[in-house]
Design a protein around this ligand. Structure first.
Ligand SMILES: [Zn+2]
Length: 446
């Protein structure tokens, strides 16, 4: 772990500014400075309590802390003597009240967003602590409380038109999901070609992102292939601009995963977002609450939404298909198709993928059982029984977290592409989104 030189420096300077305000020479400026510093200090203290609280909650649930790279002694202390869940719930609510009071004294727009971010993260922590103690919320309520936005779900029948288009692309006998699986099997990356294909894909994602968003020197990630997980890929951010990216090889990996994963887990997705938060907020501003990332929080809607949208941002129009056809298929030793049907099929499957949220809602709210959820997943997500089982296992484990992908992507896209600006502006908006304390509500604001 890196020592917090930046933080110490900022705290020291704040202290100086506060003591200098007693000098009579410039009373107007001094008064403003006192107010700003007092409000900032109040939020700094709340942020420190939030950080400690989050680390303690993490001792009660494996996977709650997605990333932490602050001072290791804070984590050691939290693990040595964590408060119990009722005490943490009380502390969370007390901190929420403190943020409300402190936020009223803040005038700086970015500082206000910092306070709003803390408030939303605390609301999520409160909800998760209630869930850990047995409270069950309806799907939409749980999603709104944890991730900061209320999902409006479409009826499954609204996706039937897409299924008809998909059926026309893969004509034949048998269930549509089986026909799609059989067709896509020809685009499976052989195990021996996985490393080379992913390395090439991630390098392209990085290059395209780097052309628009500056990255810290020395940034890097390590790629590992793993098994026995409910997810297909994961980014474990380590701090110091390093990530561990894991790819689950339980099921055959299709070629389309290469650029999807390179962008989503890497650039301009999770790895880049975590680096910008560390660089801009933790190191430059000393906002150390950003050195911890609790998974069940609005931060996840921003992370998953920007990671998914990042695929289209980095590879607009036909450039994804071109890269796959001209570069990745030859590396993966996959025969290049003669027409565009493969890419048309993937686009149609993606358009139907919103059904995943509706299926998760029906399943988690007890409207359908597991077998029905698996069957509907096969029907609407066009996957094998094994992939459908994996998808429902993910829903079992992460519950309403599933909204962060489809809904998060739609919200980030609408925000970044508002007014249909040129590509440079799209990237500038993306950089801002991943470098500031962004909440789902900020995406809705115009
Ligand atoms: Zn993700």
């Amino acid at each position: 772990m890196r020592p917090f030189f930046t933080l110490s420096l900022i705290v020291a300077l704040s202290g100086c500014a506060a003591s200098e305000t007693t000098a009579p020479a410039k009373p107007g400026i001094a008064t403003v400075e006192v107010r700003r510093t007092a409000a900032t200090q109040a939020i700094d203290e709340i942020a420190a309590s939030y950080l400690r609280l989050t680390l303690e909650i993490g001792t009660h649930e494996a996977g709650y802390i997605d990333a932490y790279y602050g001072p290791p002694e804070l984590k050691t202390a939290a693990e040595a003597a964590p408060r119990d869940k009722p005490a943490l719930l009380s502390a969370t609510r007390a901190l929420m009240a403190q943020v409300d009071v402190a936020a009223r004294r803040i005038s700086d727009p970015l500082e206000r967003r910092r306070a709003a971010f803390l408030r939303a993260q605390l609301r999520a922590a409160e909800t998760r602590l209630m869930m850990m103690q047995g409270t069950r919320f309806a799907f939409a309520d749980e999603a709104e409380r944890l991730f900061g936005v209320r999902p409006r779900l479409k009826p499954l029948a609204s996706y039937d038109g897409e299924l008809a288009k998909i059926a026309a692309l893969v004509p034949g006998e048998g269930a549509l999901a089986d026909r799609v699986e059989t067709y896509l099997d020809a685009f499976t990356i052989p195990k021996g070609r996985l490393q080379k294909t992913f390395d090439a894909a991630i390098a392209r994602c990085r290059g395209r992102s780097m052309a628009h968003i500056p990255m810290p020197d020395g940034e890097s990630f390590r790629l590992e292939f793993v098994t026995g997980k409910s997810w297909s890929g994961y980014n474990y951010y380590q701090g110091g601009y390093h990530s561990l990216i894991q790819v689950n090889t339980d099921l055959p990996i299709r070629l389309s995963r290469a650029l999807d994963l390179g962008c989503h887990e890497g650039y301009p997705g999770h790895h880049l977002l975590n680096m910008k938060l560390e660089e801009k907020l933790v190191k430059e501003r000393g906002w150390r609450e950003f050195s911890v990332y609790p998974l069940y929080s609005p931060q996840s809607l921003i992370a998953e939404g920007s990671a998914n949208y990042g695929i289209d941002l980095a590879f607009p129009g036909s450039s994804k298909a071109d890269t796959e056809r001209d570069i990745l298929m030859p590396i993966a030793e996959i025969a290049v198709p003669a027409d565009d049907r493969y890419w048309q099929l993937l686009a149609a499957i993606k358009r139907a993928s919103g059904a995943r949220l509706t299926i998760a809602q029906q399943y988690l709210d007890g409207e359908i059982d597991r077998a029905a959820a698996v069957a509907l997943t096969q029907k609407y997500l066009l996957v094998s029984r094994e992939r459908a089982e994996q998808s429902i296992s993910f829903t079992d484990q992460y519950r309403s977290y599933v909204i962060n992908y489809g809904l998060g992507e739609a919200m980030v896209r609408a925000h970044v592409e508002r007014g249909k600006p040129g590509r440079d502006v799209l990237w500038q908006r993306m950089e801002k989104l991943v470098s500031e304390p962004t909440l789902p509500a900020d995406l809705l604001a115009r």
